[in-house]
Design a protein around this ligand. Structure first.
Ligand SMILES: [Zn+2]
Ligand SMILES: [Zn+2]
Length: 410
């Protein structure tokens, strides 16, 4: 078998991997990097019959409509990922238009992508000619899947994976295989204990609210918004939710089989106030103790409105609960104490704290996943410091670290 990364081998972003097995040619994920300007993977080679999409995040799905542009390529993913990805792809097209970036696919191609996409349920299998492809949960976010290709060898493609349960989803359910193509975002880094991090977060919120301040929690719409609501569910704060997280809340509640505890999510969502229209932001500003809102890296979305209104008061706080990528406003704020948007630079006086609510497996979790899959060969992808993990895995496995564009025989 041969594999070739079209992008995302040596960095977190723009992931795409072609697998050739005999006469079969399939693609796993086809994402983009939402930087300024956006970055895209290499073009899809001709003759790809199917694209298997692990989950909705744009670094995996952002170019999916371009992958199914030809008449013969079908997309396969979970039904939940199809629904959420459509929402995110629509939004990314809107951003491309607003920012005047060239559009990587048309609205028509996005609509036709939806009709060319087969939505599978958890633990189902799909047939590509005579090859069975099994689907199993990757943890990470609701609907995220790992795929096992059962061709001349068994190969697992993890997409993004989390092996431990969160409030929202159970951990990944690994299968065995000869080859494991594994993400390595957190190679060399561990996460704190989640229950302790939850406690620290709740205590810090209590300190701010108890001192008469308001907390802004910038959070990604998919997964993190809901995780934060569930973490605070028993605390009885006036919590307001703004941004695209509202729509994702509804989609998740319509797909309870992907959730660890659908009733707990419903309780958490119903105990929060929802900003239904922009004029309600003023009510949120005067009444909220906690505001959970997109965008997670302060690069856009309603969070900037709240930050502008609340940044002068040192009793207030900004709690960053997601990874702040280099080049983002969130990263700039952490590194320099200043943030620039709408051609203004703010030096916020509110308190800034970071928390680790990551939905990726940490270093030891990735080693544990490798041991559970028991492969001969591990291909590390989707990480910018893969060597830190390779060193440890080489004691037991053959480890490969391809570069983008390079073809590997496995
Ligand atoms: Zn992801
Ligand atoms: Zn990813």
């Amino acid at each position: 078998m041969e594999i070739q990364f079209l992008g995302g081998a040596e960095q977190v972003g723009s992931l795409g991997m072609v697998l050739r097995d005999g006469t079969q040619k399939v693609l796993f994920d086809y994402g983009m990097t939402p930087s300024d300007p956006p970055e895209y993977p290499l073009p899809v080679p001709s003759g790809v019959s199917h694209c298997f999409l692990s989950h909705c995040h744009l670094d995996h799905s952002g170019m999916a409509p371009a992958a199914t542009r030809g008449p013969h390529t079908q997309m396969v993913t979970t039904d939940l990922t199809r629904t959420v990805a459509e929402l995110l792809l629509m939004d990314s097209l809107k951003i491309a238009r607003a920012e005047r970036y060239p559009e990587p696919f048309s609205y028509k191609e996005l609509k036709s992508w939806t009709s060319k996409t087969v939505g599978m349920r958890r633990k189902e299998s799909f047939k590509v000619n005579d090859v069975e492809v099994d689907l199993t949960s990757a943890g990470h976010v609701p609907g995220a899947a790992m795929f096992r290709w059962r061709g001349s060898k068994d190969l697992i493609f993890t997409g993004d994976v989390h092996t431990r349960p969160t409030h929202l989803v159970q951990g990944a359910e690994p299968l065995e295989a000869d080859i494991l193509v594994m993400e390595s975002t957190y190679a060399g880094r561990e996460h704190p204990d989640r229950a302790e991090e939850d406690d620290r977060f709740r205590k810090e919120v209590e300190t701010i609210v108890g001192g008469g301040g308001q907390v802004i929690v910038p959070a990604f719409a998919v997964g993190r918004t809901q995780e934060i609501l569930m973490t605070l569910a028993e605390c009885n704060y006036d919590i307001w939710v703004d941004g695209m997280g509202r729509a994702v809340n509804e989609i998740y509640l319509d797909n309870p089989s992907y959730l660890r505890d659908p009733r707990a999510l419903r309780r958490a969502i119903e105990s929060a106030y929802i900003v239904e229209a922009p004029y309600e932001r003023e009510t949120a500003l005067s009444e909220a103790e906690v505001i959970v809102t997109t965008g997670g890296m302060l690069d856009g979305g309603p969070v900037l409105h709240y930050l502008k209104a609340l940044h002068r008061n040192p009793k207030n706080a900004l709690f960053l609960v997601g990874f702040q990528v280099d080049g983002s406003n969130g990263r700039q704020l952490l590194d320099s104490g200043a943030i620039t948007f709408d051609e203004r630079t703010l030096r916020p006086k509110l308190q800034i704290k970071t928390f680790d609510f990551s939905s990726h497996a940490g270093h030891s979790d990735l080693v544990g996943l490798a041991k559970a899959v028991r492969p001969k060969t591990i291909v590390l992808m989707h990480g910018d410091h893969r060597e830190a993990l390779a060193e440890e895995l080489r004691k037991e496995f053959q480890v490969l670290m391809p570069m983008n564009g390079e073809t590997l025989t496995v």
